[in-house]
Design a protein around this ligand. Structure first.
Ligand SMILES: *Cc1c(COP(=O)(O)O)cnc(C)c1O
Length: 433
């Protein structure tokens, strides 16, 4: 049953307190609801498909901690693995066999990864991959695409310059011209600009990094031509192709987007699901590249808590469940029902929209035209999205709090949960103008 006007008094008090302690009251800006206005909801606990807030309201969860919780919250086997690991000590600063157990699971799932390093966050994974790519090639320039997010790495927090295929400019105070000057920013799905950039800098580009399916400007799929051009041009010019699969790895398929498209990158970054809900991420690739990492090679990268025993236990247990009892067919069936349902709700309300989806990640864009890159994404109606978001919150459905994020759901979401979400979207959208 939808919950009418859930009370949020305790959240308001908690947020007022947090704002005096933590910048903006949150430890990551995506949680602050700036994309939709209003104040964040403080969570007390979660179970399966549900989030519970500190005012006692229950929500069907469509963010899944922004990706990791593909099995649902507090999966009994994952919790048990974490408890058992904790009893044996929480960090040693010395190698454990569980790190190899997780590394084997990763390499088995994603055969393009021949060596893998475990780190603590997706940001660390992409930062390290870029450093290794530069170290391995002896080149300095990198290429990224606007609208793709790779964590808060200085050289990747860069916006496009004024002309196409020119060098980037800092996208945040604190990122220096020096950090950004070797980053070239192009439009996603623009194959011609890749060719043009290699014509301009044939031997200077260390790597191209991209989300092979974008989640971070909302869900945007790559055209086959785009991926083909990327693979062809990087190979031809001796540049390293990095797929940032922090979001898509183990989400769109067990083997990630590279498995879906049948394209092997030279390096891959992973995060989110690979840590089973604990802080763990990874980067890996061809051994000829990864053997540059210290102590096998000379590129420095380290971590006091890297390969943490609790995190490897949660990650390995999650991957084993996904491997032995794959949820992907179920997720696809329910995702197709959810995607079609949300789209028809917008259609029935006469609101122009695009449903863009790959497996259990999707975005309903309030947009007249298909979204293929950041300029088209940026034309979406954020005000309408904000009303949609808050309307669904009132209905007990917790969607991502931005038009430019993908929603996720889990194997714990039942078909009737999907139905009630679609019904709620019909009620909410019918009231919007
Ligand atoms: C979430 C995300 C990151 C950053 O990971 P953190 O663990 O938040 O540092 C990097 N790349 C992609 C594609 C992501 O979705």
């Amino acid at each position: 049953m939808p919950q009418a006007n859930p009370k949020r008094q305790n959240s308001q008090t908690a947020f007022a307190k947090a704002k005096n302690l933590i910048p903006g009251g949150v430890n990551s800006p995506a949680r602050a609801f700036h994309g939709v206005g209003g104040e964040p909801i403080f969570i007390s606990h979660a179970a399966g498909q549900f989030l519970f807030d500190i005012d006692g309201n229950r929500y069907l969860d469509y963010i899944g901690s922004w990706g990791p919780m593909i099995l649902g919250h507090a999966h009994p086997l994952v919790i048990e693995a974490i408890q058992k690991a904790a009893e044996k000590g929480t960090s040693f600063g010395a190698p454990t066999e569980n790190e190899s157990r997780l590394a084997e699971l990763i390499m088995h799932a994603i055969p393009s990864i021949e060596r893998v390093r475990l780190v603590n966050s997706g940001t660390e994974a992409t930062m390290s991959a870029i450093r290794v790519a530069r170290g391995a090639t002896g080149r300095e320039k990198i290429v990224k695409f606007s609208g793709c997010y790779h964590g808060h790495v200085d050289s990747l927090l860069v916006a496009a310059g004024s002309a196409a295929a020119t060098l980037g400019v800092p996208d945040s105070p604190g990122v220096t011209q020096g950090n950004s000057k070797d980053t070239i920013v192009l439009n996603y799905n623009d194959s011609d600009s890749i060719v043009e950039t290699f014509r301009k800098f044939p031997t200077e580009i260390a790597a191209i990094i991209l989300e092979p399916i974008v989640g971070n400007m909302g869900t945007v799929l790559p055209s086959p031509q785009f991926l083909k051009t990327l693979r062809g041009e990087t190979t031809q010019h001796g540049s390293i192709l990095i797929f940032d699969e922090v979001m898509t790895g183990f989400r769109v398929a067990y083997g990630g987007a590279q498995n879906v498209f049948g394209i092997d990158p030279d390096m891959t970054t992973l995060g989110k699901i690979v840590g089973g809900g604990l802080p763990l991420a990874a980067y890996g690739g061809k051994s000829s590249i990864m053997d540059n990492v210290m102590p096998a090679g000379k590129v420095f990268q380290a971590g006091t808590l890297a390969g943490n025993p609790l995190a490897t236990a949660a990650g390995a247990t999650t991957l084993e469940i996904l491997r032995d009892d794959p949820p992907y067919a179920y997720l696809e069936t329910q995702a197709s029902r959810l995607g079609n349902g949300l789209k028809s709700a917008a259609d029935a309300a006469g609101l122009p929209s695009q449903m863009q989806r790959m497996g259990s990640m999707m975005t309903l864009f309030f947009n007249e035209a298909p979204v293929v890159d950041w300029p088209t994404a940026n034309r979406s109606d954020r005000k309408r999205f904000a009303k949609y978001f808050w309307g669904l919150i009132e209905e007990g459905v917790y969607m991502p709090c931005s038009q430019f994020e993908a929603l996720f759901f889990s194997r714990s979401h039942r078909p009737e949960d999907i139905d009630s979400t679609v019904d709620a979207a019909h009620r909410v959208l019918a009231k919007l103008d």
